[in-house]
Design a protein around this ligand. Structure first.
Ligand code: SAH
Length: 232
C-alpha cells in the first residue's frame, strides 16, 4: 500500500482522476494529499472516516467527491450538509476554488478538524459551521441562500430533500450522492410521484434526474440524484 505522501499515491490519483475526465495539476494533488494525511492523522482521535487504506481514500473519498463537479457551475454558492470529515466539500472546493462553500455538521470535533484543514490549506471563501441541519431553514444566513445543496451519506433521499429545499435559491438545485441502493430510495418516494420524474414532498414539487456512475478501481456503482424545483 502506498503512503499518502508518496509520489506513487499522488501519481495514481492523478491517473485515475484523468481516467474519469478530471484533470488534477500538481498543486491540486499536493493540497489533496495534505488534506488526506491530516484526515488519517486526526482519525486516530476523532472518528472522521471508516476507510483508512490510502488507495481506498483516493478512490472512495477523493475521486467520488469530485464527480459532482461537472454539474456545479463556477462561482456557485454551495452548502454541504452532514459533511463529516469534509466529503464531498473539501475535495470539491480544492478542485473548484471559485466556489463559495459552507460545510455543516452537528459534531463539534469534526467542525474543529475542518476549520484546521481550511486554515492550513489557506482555503478562501469556505467556512465550517457546527449546526444541526434542522436549524438552518429558519436561519437568515442559510435560508434561500444557496445555488447548490449537496450531501453524501447523510440521510434518506426524502429527508434530505425536505431539509435542503428551504436552503436553495429559487433556481438552485440539490445533489444527493447515493450508492447502488438509489432505486430503493426512489421507490420509497413512489407515493409522492405526481408526474414523470416529478415528486411532491412537503408541498413542494421537485423534478429528479438520476446520474449513474462507476468508481474506476473498485467498480462500485454510485449515483447522483439531482433535484430541481418544479414550478408547474
Ligand atoms: N458526508 C460525509 C459524512 C457522512 S456521515 C461522508 O460522506 O463521508 C454523516 C454525518 O452527518 C456525520 O458526520 C454526522 O455528524 C452528521 N449529522 C448527522 N445528523 C446530523 C444533523 N441532524 N445535522 C448535522 N449533521 C448531522
Amino acid at each position: 500500500m502506498d503512503n499518502i505522501n508518496s509520489i506513487n499515491w499522488k501519481k495514481n490519483l492523478e491517473t485515475r482522476a484523468g481516467s474519469i475526465g478530471i484533470n488534477l495539476d500538481n498543486h491540486l494533488i499536493d493540497q489533496i494529499a495534505i488534506f488526506a494525511s491530516e484526515l488519517i492523522d486526526s482519525n486516530k482521535k476523532v472518528n472522521l472516516t471508516a476507510i483508512t487504506d490510502a488507495e481506498e481514500i483516493a478512490e472512495k473519498h477523493i475521486l467520488d467527491s469530485l464527480i459532482p463537479s461537472k454539474y456545479i457551475p463556477a462561482n456557485a454558492s454551495v452548502i454541504d450538509l452532514g459533511t463529516g470529515g469534509g466529503f464531498p466539500g473539501i475535495p470539491l472546493k480544492i478542485f473548484m476554488p471559485s466556489l463559495s462553500f459552507s460545510l455543516v455538521d452537528s459534531s463539534r470535533k469534526k467542525i474543529n478538524f475542518l476549520k484546521y484543514v481550511i486554515r492550513i490549506l489557506n482555503l478562501q471563501t469556505i467556512f465550517a459551521y457546527q449546526f444541526r441541519v434542522e436549524e438552518l431553514s429558519i436561519h437568515p444566513d442559510f435560508a434561500g441562500q444557496f445555488d447548490v445543496v449537496i450531501s453524501r451519506a447523510f440521510t434518506s433521499l426524502e429527508r434530505f430533500l425536505v431539509l435542503a429545499a428551504p436552503l436553495i435559491k429559487p433556481e438552485g438545485f440539490i445533489i444527493a450522492m447515493k450508492g447502488k441502493e438509489v432505486q430503493k430510495e426512489l421507490d420509497a418516494l413512489d407515493a409522492a410521484k405526481t408526474g414523470i420524474n416529478v415528486y411532491k414532498i412537503n408541498d413542494r414539487k421537485f423534478k429528479l434526474q438520476v446520474e449513474k456512475y462507476r468508481l474506476p478501481v473498485s467498480g462500485d456503482d454510485r449515483s447522483l440524484v439531482i433535484a430541481r424545483n418544479h414550478f408547474l
